[in-house]
Design a protein around this ligand. Sequence first.
Ligand code: CP
Ligand code: NVA
Length: 301
Amino acid sequence: MKHLLKLMDLSTQEITHLLDLGDQLKYMQSHHIPHRRLEGKTLGMIFQKSSTRTRVSFETGMYHLGGTALFLSSRDLQIGRGEPVEDTARVLSRYLDGIMIRTYQQAEVEALTQYGQIPVINGLTDFCHPCQVLADLMTIREYKGDLSGLKVCYIGDGNNMANSLIVGCLKMGMKIALATPAGYQPAPQVLQFAAQHPNDFSLCQNPLEAAQGAHVVFTDVWASMGQEEETAKRQEVFAGYQINHQLLEHCAPDVMVQHCLPAHRGEEITSEVFEQHAKEIFDEAENRLHIQKAVLVELMS
Ligand code: CP
Ligand code: NVA
C-alpha cells in the first residue's frame, strides 16, 4: 500500500491487516505501551472543508506515534489563491513525510500522488471517505466478532459515505442493502463494482425493505459539505429516510447503529435512537484515531 485514496484500491487482505493493526495500536494506547513508530516524521493535513474528528484524530495520532502534524487550511495556503495542486504537491514532498487531504474532487487527491513523492491519505472527498469506513469496519468487528456474513443497511443519500461503505462491506464478505431516493444513488463506478456481488448487494427506495434483518444500520446527513444551498430541497426529498424505532423493528434484534457524525437529530436519525445507541456511535468516532494510526504506520514507517 503506497497511498489511501479509496477502498476500491485495497485488497481484502490489506483491509484486514489495517483492522488488525488498528486493534493492536488501540490495545497499546489503552495499556500505556509506547508505540512511537513515526518518530521525527511530519504529516501535512490540507483541509478545504470543515472537520472535527478527522483533524483531531490525525493530529493526536501523529503525536502518539512520535511525529508531528501540521494543520494546513486552504484558506491560508496559496492553493486557496490558485496555486496548482501539482506545484503544491512537489513543494510539500520536499518538507513532509505524508499528506492527508480533505477536499471536493477525488481527482485532486489522485493528482497529489502523481506529482508528489510521499504517501497521500484521503480524508474525505465528494466521492468517498475511506478512513471513516475503515473505522466503521473496526467498530463492527469489535462488537460482532466477525464481519463475514453480516448484513449492513444504509438509509439516505448515495454520497461519499455510501460509496465507501458499499466497497468496504463487499470486500469484507458482508451483505449491504441501501435505500436511497430516486436520483440520489451511489456513484456509477461503485454500482459497477457492486454488480459483481449480486448476492450481497441491493439498492431500493424503501427504507423498511433495506432494513429487513440488518445487523448494522448506517445513515449520514441529508446534505453534505458543499451542498448547503440544497438543504431545503433535500429535507423534502429525504423526509422518509430516517433511522427511527419503527425502522429498527425490521432489523435483527441486536442491531447496531452507526453514524459517521456530525448528526442532525430529527432528520436522518431520531434523538431517541441516537441516544440509545450513543455508546457504539462514539466508539465508532474513537476508532477513527486507532485505525488512522494504523494507516499512518502502514504508509509512513
Ligand atoms: N466523520 C467525520 O469525518 O467527521 P469530521 O467531518 O468532523 O472530520
Ligand atoms: N457526507 C458527509 C460526511 C461528513 C463526515 C459530508 O461529506 O459532509
